[in-house]
Every structure is written in structure tokens, then in C-alpha cells.
Design a protein around this ligand. Structure first.
Ligand SMILES: [Cu+2]
Length: 108
């Protein structure tokens, strides 16, 4: 995806009760969670992250994707780099990278 693109992600949960997901902007850092001593990412929340079907804003781009249902989330990425899609329920075994390229220059 490109910087400032509006991108919709679709999730369909097939295992587990639900997945508490979060997208972190480029520049996130991995920290030790003081509650359980496990590693987890810490990042900056998106300003533009919302449920696609209702338009309801999602604070910190953190949302639950339940099993047996489609969850659609739309976000606008505002800085180039690698963002992390992370599932808090399943930890580092359920991560994905979102590659954000600089916005393409208009054709000349
Ligand atoms: Cu998960």
C-alpha cells in the first residue's frame, strides 16, 4: 500500500474464540509487558482507523475479530515504512507486516 491510501483489511476468524488485533504505525517498538513479562509491540495509534461497515472509529486501531464472522477495518497510513498487524490474543505467533511505500509521484 501507499502512504495516505485508504486500505480495507478483512478478517475471518476460524480458530479460537476471538482475536484482539491492533495495527501499529511504522516505528513501533517491542517492549516487555510488565503484566506478564512477555514481549509485545508498543506503537502509536492511527488517527484514521474505523470499522468499514459502520464508520465507527477504532481508538488506537485496536479491535476484536470474532470467530465465524467477517470483520472489516479501514485505515489510512500516514507514514512510509513497515507497520505491524499484531494479535494480542495470540502474541508474536500471529503477526503480519504491512509494507507502506511513499506516495507515488503524479505522472509527468
Ligand atoms: Cu489471534
Amino acid at each position: 500500500m501507499h502512504r495516505f491510501d485508504e486500505v480495507t483489511l478483512e478478517f475471518y476468524g476460524i480458530r479460537g474464540r476471538d482475536h484482539i488485533n491492533q495495527v501499529f504505525q511504522p516505528g513501533y517498538e517491542i517492549i516487555l509487558d510488565p503484566d506478564n513479562g512477555r514481549q509485545r509491540p508498543k506503537g502509536i495509534g492511527y488517527q484514521n482507523c474505523f470499522f468499514t461497515d459502520t464508520g465507527e472509529p477504532i481508538p488506537d486501531c485496536r479491535f476484536t475479530a470474532p470467530r465465524g464472522a467477517v470483520t472489516r477495518v479501514t485505515l489510512v497510513v500516514d507514514s512510509p515504512g513497515v507497520a505491524l498487524l499484531h494479535c494480542h490474543t495470540h502474541g508474536t505467533s500471529m503477526n503480519a507486516d504491512l509494507i507502506i511505500l511513499p506516495h507515488p509521484a503524479p505522472p509527468s
